[in-house]
Design a protein around this ligand. Structure first.
Ligand code: ZN
Length: 251
């Protein structure tokens, strides 16, 4: 089975469309949350996400948008984008976001999906040593996470007690590219497919991953998309300029 793993689409329809065009055939979709927030197409993106898959976890922006969480932890620009989204989104889409489950969810044996980390849906897993601690305590060999908008992975070989950071290597930052990671037995993995709608790893291309359960492999993908188109939508919507600028910077 081939599973498309998506995260942090953030209402960026241009980026989502480009990823769907570029994605190889798949049987299922895991969506790791933050469907809305920052971008200018929350309704189109929520509807597309609903059509695409059944496996979801909620993100912090999804929670804030529906009022499950307050805006206290958000910086002013993110907070403004949430307020804008609350006005723009339809009642039906808002109800869908409100019902999204809290991670971890386990759609397959040995696999977990979370937005932030297995112990806290709002935690940012950025530091390798923390990732290794999480992996040492993980109940399953493979956990998909998002939230940081950084495409990467961490692994711990349980026998050798050795941790490793897994960063996909790409030859260029302009074309469509992929990087394949063969998973090994006896190793636990935390895999971040990266962000579709607002990458922050200095690579402005939209990011996603494919998990092939037969091959036991993960393929990371980067896809160029119509960034000026997404920026125009953001500016025309009256969202903060910074949200448009950062798409071109990839951070
Ligand atoms: Zn996010």
């Amino acid at each position: 089975m081939r599973i498309l793993v998506l995260s942090d689409i953030h209402a960026n329809l241009h980026a989502l469309d480009a990823c769907m065009d570029a994605a190889p055939e798949f049987d299922q979709v895991f969506n790791l949350g933050d469907i809305v927030g920052y971008g200018a197409n929350p309704n189109e993106v929520t509807e597309r996400a609903r059509q695409l898959g059944k496996v979801f976890v909620r993100g912090n922006h999804d929670k804030a948008c529906t009022g499950i969480d307050s805006l206290d932890g958000f910086n002013p620009i993110a907070g403004l984008a949430i307020l804008w989204t609350q006005k723009a989104i339809t009642h039906e889409n808002l109800e869908f976001l409100r019902e999204l489950p809290q991670g971890p969810v386990s759609p397959l044996e040995g696999v977990a999906c979370v937005h932030g980390s297995p112990r806290d849906e709002d935690e940012y897993v950025l530091v390798a040593s923390e990732a290794y601690t999480l992996l040492a305590h993980a109940d399953v060999p493979l956990t998909f996470f998002g939230h940081t908008h950084i495409q990467c992975g961490f692994s711990v070989d349980m026998k050798k007690r050795q941790g490793q950071m897994l960063a996909p290597r790409y030859r260029s930052a302009h074309e469509k590219q992929q990087f394949k990671l063969q998973l090994k037995d006896g190793v636990k993995y935390l895999i971040n497919p990266g962000s579709i709608g607002q990458p922050r790893d200095n690579d402005p291309r939209a990011a996603f991953a494919m998990f092939d359960t037969d091959e036991n492999s993960i393929t990371f993908h980067r896809v160029p998309y119509d960034i000026p188109g997404a920026q125009e939508k953001i500016l025309a919507a009256g969202l903060p300029d910074r949200l448009a600028d950062r798409l071109a910077e990839g951070r």
